[in-house]
Design a protein around this ligand. Structure first.
Ligand code: PMP
Length: 350
């Protein structure tokens, strides 16, 4: 730390992203990326940005907002694109939380939430998941604090029904409820259909998973106009050009090829079901996943052992050093070939 670092960041522990190692022939199943390239349309449209790079990108992000709103069935004024959904989550923490408006979230969930809270000096409370790793909606009913829930949750992969989400939103009318739907396309129920009914709901999604766009950094939020206006105030006070020209054009291309996205989602779900069955045969218990990853623990071998042995074999998964989940590994669903290779390695290990 330099002697100039502001004391307001004393004790801030930054988020630890999953590794991005440059190892030849590595099977990379550690950061929930898509194993498939983005749609050809993304390449076609993205190229059009190249000779415009002397100009700033459109701060209103018009082409993306219009296309997205058409797909989601909302008004374009109800959508805001950001540099990954991490950015809109941070904007929301900045916009709606402070020392008088604390936030709550599950004890086992996306590791960035406590970092956003600490960064912005926001008091937070972690509510334990049930023993089966599900979220108990009753814990959040009328809690009268801001709430962020990943649905499906990460790293468990488990999903809450929309009816429970609605009960939570409805019972906390004076607080913001953020539903982080980064993985919703793989089997969850989206809460976007509730935004006209509740002015305290913000739904966030990402292009990083189902749309094969993690490296392009594109996420978005959907909410009533007034929430989007507040988020825009934060955006225009930090980085009005938060979506770069290439991502804006290529992202538009992605949205013009919904068929390709749907085909990849189907493929990932099929591969997930295959992997779950094979893992169960090998003595793993696997939580019910509605995402592009699974959370699995072996009946005898420790999580660290499985992680280490897979790594030796050139397969990278994610292991968390946190008490309740140390026995587990989070395994991203790759191609069918990737998963067959992982199962072969596991058969030798176990
Ligand atoms: N929410 C959850 C639950 C995630 O797992 C991730 C991905 N790490 C994100 C949000 C952020 O994704 P991105 O910034 O790539 O949109």
């Amino acid at each position: 730390m330099s002697r100039f670092f502001s004391t307001k960041y004393n004790g801030l522990t930054p988020y630890t992203p999953g590794e991005q190692p440059k190892i030849d022939n590595l099977i990379k199943l550690n950061t929930n990326e898509s194993p498939y390239p983005p749609s050809e349309k993304a390449f076609e449209e993205g190229k059009k940005a190249m000779n415009k790079l002397n100009l700033y990108s459109d701060p209103e992000c018009k082409i993306l907002h219009e296309k997205l709103s058409e797909i989601l069935g909302v008004k374009s004024s109800q959508v805001l694109c950001t540099n990954g959904s991490d950015e809109i989550l941070n904007f929301a923490f900045m916009a709606f939380c402070d020392k008088d408006h604390p936030i709550v979230f599950p004890d086992i969930t996306y590791g960035f939430y406590p970092v956003f809270a600490e960064l912005n000096n926001i008091p937070y409370e972690e509510i334990p998941l049930k023993d089966d790793f599900s979220i108990d909606p009753e814990d959040y009913i009328g809690i009268n604090k801001n709430i962020v829930i990943a649905n499906p949750n990460a790293p468990t992969g488990m999903c809450m029904p929309l009816s429970d989400i609605e009960r939570i939103v409805k019972s906390n009318p004076d607080n913001i409820v953020i539903i982080d739907e980064a993985y919703v396309d793989f089997g969850g129920e989206s809460a976007v259909c509730l935004i006209d009914k509740y002015d305290n709901l913000l739904v966030t999604q990402t292009f990083s998973k189902s749309r094969s766009f993690a490296g392009a950094r594109l996420g978005f939020g959907v909410a009533c106009d007034s929430i989007i206006n507040d988020l825009n105030t934060i955006k225009y006070s930090t980085n009005p050009y938060n979506i770069n020209m290439m991502t804006m054009f290529a992202g538009y291309g992605v949205l013009c090829d919904e068929e390709y996205t749907k085909k990849n989602i189907r493929e990932i779900i099929n591969t997930r079901e295959y992997t779950v069955n094979e893992l169960k045969d090998l003595g793993f218990s696997v939580l019910d996943s509605k995402t592009n990853f699974i959370f699995a623990k072996h009946c005898e071998k420790s999580g660290e052992y499985v992680y280490g042995k897979l790594r030796e074999a050139g397969i990278l998964v994610r292991h968390f050093d946190k008490d309740r989940i140390m026995d587990y590994n989070r395994i991203t669903i790759g191609t069918m070939e990737d998963m067959k290779q992982m199962i072969t390695v596991l058969k030798n290990i176990i």
